[in-house]
Design a protein around this ligand. Sequence first.
Ligand code: F6R
Ligand code: MG
Ligand code: MG
Length: 371
Amino acid sequence: MTKTTISIIKADVGGFPGHSSMHPKLMEKANEQLKISKDKKEITDFYVGKCGDDLDLIISHNKGVDSSDIHGLAWDTFVKCTEIAKELKLYGAGQDLLADSFSGNVKGMGPGVAEMEITERKSEPLVCFLMDKTDPSAFNLPVYKMFADPFNTAGLSIDPSMIAGFKFEVYDIYNNKRVFLNTPEELHELLALVGSKSKYVIKRVYPKKGGKYPEDEPAAVVSTDKLSLIAGEYVGKDDPVAIVRAQSGLPALGEVLEAFAFPHLVSGWMRGSHCGPMMPVAMEDATPTRFDGPPRVVALGFQIANGKLVGPVDLFKDKAFDLTRQKASEIADYMRRHGPFEPHRLAPSEMEYTTLPKVLEKLKGRFEKVA
Ligand code: F6R
Ligand code: MG
Ligand code: MG
């Protein structure tokens, strides 16, 4: 049976105005480019999404993950969109394209990637999450909740096909290492790591061996390309994306979304240097303007039918998330009152790749030894 690959490849190639949202001409250009590939049958289907100043290309195909054709297509699309961004003098035109030319894989070149190759189930509901003004660790808490917390996901305790739990792949982003942990057996170890979100991020979640689904096909995948680390200094936030499969032995769609009903605190607000609440919104409301935020998440729901992306439904449009948004606004207000003080501003270790070291450099010679 042929497998389907779903890839989200994203980049900020110019904001409008400032870093707040996307110019419609960039969306048009991306649609035009991907349509050419779809007409040539190079890809099966596509959808062009956005979140704040990030352009999110959702592509279905059968070339597997890390395909240089697909990454090349995304790269070329970003380059074409950058040309328009430059013409319109959009802000930060081409900022996430860190290399001069494409060399086989967009990883390490600026754009973020989340992709999974799956055997389509009888029915394949799937959610594409797009975030802005934050970093990949913003998915730690919600993905933990979806796949390991019975207080969020009822199925973990009352669905026999879920009770065995899931396997988490966790990255240590500073040392380029990974570890696999099984839940519920190693739940406490998992939390010991992923609660420390500046260092450990959830990369993938897999079904367990002997369960309903192949153990090597992820149920969830998060983009983890640390843009600031790649570039060596702050050049733009590493706004992440994720893909999560739902239903029938995996968390129900509503359990997947429930994980965002709590506006948890994440890093990446204003200048990539502040902590603030994650606000789930409809795509048209993903326009972070208050202090360049607060951070946003968009959820696009699809049914995959032989590679076709049926949808999307803009899932956080639902009024049921109004209270979360209200709460997020209240928390945003509370955090803002701290001004430049931690914990609203990030701790020094997380500020290393921002513009702060340049400010501190000036004072270097003025520090005297205290007797
Ligand atoms: C960008 C972001 C923004 C910018 C801020 C300053 O996604 O998070 O908060 O960091 O607007 O941008 P510059 O230095 O370009 O003026
Ligand atoms: Mg930007
Ligand atoms: Mg952004």
